[in-house]
Design a protein. Structure first.
Length: 310
């Protein structure tokens, strides 16, 4: 039992850290305006190592300041902030909390590996430390990449219905900003991610920002090609004065066609993906169930045939 105690402590600490990090960071913002204000504050935090980060402004800001002093730390903070925004996490403390979580996770893995390798030689101890260092650095990064892919998938799935509804609302005579706000209100409980993005664009335009720049920021936040096409179509339609509702209807039909093609491609790949579990897990069990009773009966008959004569 003492041998497995560090594993249980390490797993418990990792689980508690993941739960705490999920409750504090990976929550969908309910107020788009508040989320946008927090995003602007987060940009102010990571704007520069000398201007935006200084000592004495709180623990989280001190953590960001120390990380920015390391070689490549400023670039890592900038890239991490962009990935957090693309994952839908735009709270003001998200970057600092993520950095603290990654550092704590790395320290926990290294400490656990040092404890487990305390009686080993230098070679195994060095290999264990390198593996703990790589896992402590890569696992949080992979979790963040997975969050980005999941958020983009939700936006991609909700885009056809939302664009179709936007075209219908525009056909009633409402302006683009009013239509987008009405669509975000209608889709708030069905597709909250895309509804929050639309509401953020409307709030930016109402705050005095140009509509083209607001849509460009939407494209940078999401990183989805279909949203880029939608933004370009809206900007071009506004510039040349063409009918936007009919264009949105055609665009929604093309998005549904792409979604159907992606579903068919996923179904086609499912057969190949099921091949390996079938060969590794189902076929051996099937062979055991079908062949073992016959083999046992054959062995029993042979034992009786070669037994001592009566």
């Amino acid at each position: 039992m003492p041998v497995f105690l560090p594993f249980f402590i390490l797993l418990l600490a990792t689980l508690v850290a993941l739960i705490w990090f999920g409750l504090n960071v990976f929550r969908d913002p309910e107020d788009p305006l508040a989320a946008r204000l927090e995003q602007l504050q987060a940009h102010a935090i990571v704007r520069g190592a000398s201007a935006a980060r200084s000592r004495g402004r709180g623990f989280l800001n001190n953590v960001l300041y120390l990380i920015s002093l390391a070689p490549g730390g400023e670039g890592w903070l900038r890239d991490t902030e962009q990935e957090l925004a693309q994952a839908g996490v735009r709270r003001r403390q998200a970057l600092a909390l993520y950095a603290c979580f990654q550092i704590a996770f790395l320290v926990i893995l290294i400490a656990g590996m040092l404890y487990l390798q305390r009686n080993n030689d230098v070679g195994p101890k060095f290999a264990g430390l390198m593996s703990a260092l790589l896992l402590g650095w890569l696992i949080p990064q992979q979790v963040l990449h997975r969050m980005v892919r999941r958020y983009r998938r939700k936006l991609q799935e909700s885009l056809p219905d939302t664009v179709d509804l936007l075209g219908v609302v525009l056909g009633t005579g409402l302006a683009l900003d009013q239509a987008m706000l009405r669509v975000s209100e209608e889709m708030e409980f069905i597709y909250p991610q895309l509804a929050a993005e639309f509401a953020t664009v409307v709030m930016q335009v109402k705050a005095g920002q140009e509509r083209a720049k607001a849509f460009q920021q939407l494209v940078r936040r999401t990183g989805i090609e279909d949203i880029k096409s939608l933004a370009a179509m809206i900007i071009q339609s506004e510039r040349f004065g063409t009918s936007l509702s009919q264009a949105l209807k055609i665009f929604a039909d093309s998005l549904r066609l792409r979604r159907r093609l992606r579903a068919e491609a996923a179904i086609g790949r499912a057969g190949i993906k099921m091949l390996f579990p079938i060969v590794l897990f189902i076929l051996p069990a099937l062979f055991v169930i079908t062949l073992v009773p016959g083999l046992l009966s054959v062995l029993h008959e042979l034992r009786q045939g070669f037994g001592p004569p009566r």
